[in-house]
Design a protein around this ligand. Structure first.
Ligand code: COA
Length: 194
């Protein structure tokens, strides 16, 4: 059974390889330090042998209200707004075409939504590494910010997972993510059907 867990020493980081060298190197060489210094958390999709199929990282972050779309900007009372930074997300090249990227993203969004019930965060923000990554996020409803970053609001995520989401249970197993909820607000429905 596939499931995401926090990265630990049993995971074979040195064997991970994706299309973006910087994201391969980050997992192999840097993430351990960042976790130790409490500047990031890393979640991996791995099999029983510790082979990492994909990973993503999360950190607390804030954005300036000024870069938001006009409609949203008007609603926000503060200059600096709390968000969750999806810093990196990558799938190992040998698992291409298996929907791993989609599973990772769904898992990340559910985890972010869950965490926002403990510490407020109004959106998930990401920094697409290139045009391909941008198109990937756009296809799941992420919106472009003036800064080149992209975001999706927690309200959209909540609505997308629907009422069945259980805010008091951590998304340990991917199968729990796809309990038949249909996507309401995002552009892609398949995210929730698996
Ligand atoms: C981006 C990435 C995570 C996508 O992972 P993946 O496993 O190929 O994605 P999936 O197979 O789950 O694809 C899910 C859907 O997104 C679509 N998709 C994937 N990459 C896409 C892209 N670059 N542009 C548009 N759509 C894309 C797929 O076509 C698929 O849709 P479909 O089911 O209608 O065919 C992967 O290509 C990767 O690791 N790239 C290198 C690192 C990277 O760019 N990370 C992202 C930003 S930091």
């Amino acid at each position: 059974m596939l499931h995401t867990v926090a990265l630990d020493p049993s995971h074979k980081r040195a064997l991970f390889s994706c299309q973006e060298q910087s994201l391969t190197d980050y997992l192999r060489k840097q993430v351990g330090q960042d976790i130790k210094r409490k500047v990031t958390l890393c979640f991996v999709l791995a099999d029983a042998n510790g082979t990492i199929q994909g990973y993503y990282t999360f950190s607390a972050y804030s954005i300036d209200r000024a870069i938001l779309p006009e409609k949203l900007k008007k609603k926000m009372a503060y200059k600096n707004l709390p968000v969750t930074l999806l810093g990196r997300l990558a799938r190992d090249s040998q698992f291409k075409g298996q929907g791993i990227g989609e599973l990772l993203l769904a898992d990340a969004l559910k985890r972010a939504n869950h965490a926002s019930s403990e510490i407020a965060s109004f959106a998930v923000v990401t920094d697409p590494i290139n045009e391909n990554a941008k198109r990937f996020y756009e296809s799941f409803g992420f919106i472009n910010l003036e800064s080149g970053r992209m975001f999706i609001t927690m309200d959209t995520i909540k609505a997308s997972f629907g009422l069945q989401i259980k805010l008091n249970s951590a998304p340990e197993r991917l199968i729990d993510l796809f309990g038949g909820n249909l996507l309401n607000n995002c552009s892609r429905r398949s995210l929730w059907r698996r």
